[in-house]
Design a protein around this ligand. Structure first.
Ligand code: ACO
Length: 328
């Protein structure tokens, strides 16, 4: 598909509360040493009791509109990727659109877990191919700590909250970055490996206490194995499809779930370690928000100059996975 798909802006927002590994060691039987060695995570952000995923997304969206020099009323679409929506209905996209006063835009959520940013970019490209006049606000917003079981040390240490946002168009305005290509796939036969509970399969009557089915469940070892294999092979596929080698990539921005997974994928791809961007140590796994959070930080650190090619990859519940090439 050769449709133009330009990012005019890119922004993020994280809640202010920092939860360190030492804080978690007071809640469950874990330690800074175990979490750091197995995951690379040192701290994560947690939203306040008064905030929801849509609030984080709304704040990121305001920054994205501002950077693009656009008003909410100019948007034609508001799309949100999330696996921790405020509610099953309305969508996070409709809540954000309402807060922004975006008017009669097309608004809906994408459910692709940690691959949400890549799935959303691919979807935006298809929308822009069909409707080149579209002006899309795309938000990734997650409140994973709301589905973390604080008695389960095998999962609660991994996740954090955050949001990212961007404006996408196909018009002639000078873009911040252009989407060169995207491949998104899934393996639904592995849908039980990661579950974020709290949907209608959780059957409660008014007044019942919630059970463990309400929270995140993950078969960590199996996820790890599939994550390394799928992310490596889909990166190779997108490079080959575009006649590129790993040497043509200036920065590799993978989903920030676990430092060991990132290092294993980087080593399989034989990419120089100094081209691999990580910030998992500060935010943990923020699911769909993780890649935009990493891109925003890479940019703030001066690691994304005009002309650079960025390879992004992600995997998550579903299992979903994808790879995307962005040219800054
Ligand atoms: N602190 C201390 N000990 C722990 C902790 C903890 N937080 N968690 C587990 N352990 C213990 C286990 O109980 C086990 O003890 P045992 O040997 O006495 O039974 C031991 O540590 C080893 O446990 P494993 O689960 O085998 O540890 P592993 O090395 O596989 O690391 C981890 C676990 C970090 C979860 C790893 O498997 C992983 O990163 N998997 C991928 C997870 C991921 O990236 N998910 C992303 C997708 S999520 C989404 O899409 C929403």
């Amino acid at each position: 598909m050769n449709a133009r798909c330009n990012l005019l802006s890119l922004s993020s927002h994280v809640p202010s509360q920092v939860l360190t590994n030492d804080d978690l060691a007071k809640m469950v039987d874990t330690s800074d040493e175990w979490i750091t060695t197995r995951t690379g995570i040192k701290e994560r952000r947690r939203l306040a009791a008064t905030e929801n995923a849509s609030d984080l997304g709304y704040k990121a969206a305001l920054k994205a509109l501002d950077e693009a020099g656009m008003k909410a009323g100019e948007l034609t679409h508001v799309i949100a990727a999330t696996c921790t929506p405020d509610s099953l209905c309305p969508s996070v996209a409709c809540i954000i659109s309402g807060k922004l006063g975006a008017g009669a835009v097309m608004a809906f959520d994408v459910s692709a877990a940690c691959s949400g940013f890549l799935y959303g970019l691919s979807l935006c490209r298809s929308i822009l191919a069909q409707d080149p006049a579209a002006r899309i606000l795309f938000v990734c917003a997650e409140a994973l700590t709301r589905r973390s079981d604080w008695t389960d040390r095998t999962t609660c240490v991994l996740f954090g909250d955050g949001a990212g946002a961007c404006i996408l168009t196909a018009d002639d305005r000078p873009p911040l970055a252009t989407l060169e290509d995207a491949i998104c796939k899934s393996d639904g036969s592995l849908n039980q490996l990661i579950i974020v509970g709290g949907g209608t399969a959780s059957q409660y009557k008014q007044g019942d206490p919630v059970g463990s089915d309400f929270f995140i469940h993950m078969q960590g070892r199996e996820v790890y194995r599939h994550a390394v294999r799928q992310m490596s092979s889909i990166c190779e596929e997108i490079l080959e499809r575009n006649g590129l080698s790993i040497r043509d990539v200036d920065l590799f921005v993978p989903h920030q779930a676990n430092l060991r997974i990132i290092e294993a994928v980087g080593s399989r791809l034989e990419i120089d370690a100094d081209k691999v961007f990580t910030n998992v140590e500060h935010y943990g796994n923020t699911s769909s928000a993780s890649v935009p959070l990493a891109l925003v930080e890479a940019r703030a650190q001066g690691r994304l100059e005009p002309g650079m090619r960025v390879l992004m990859t992600a995997f998550g519940g579903g299992l979903t996975f994808g790879a995307t090439l962005l040219r800054f």
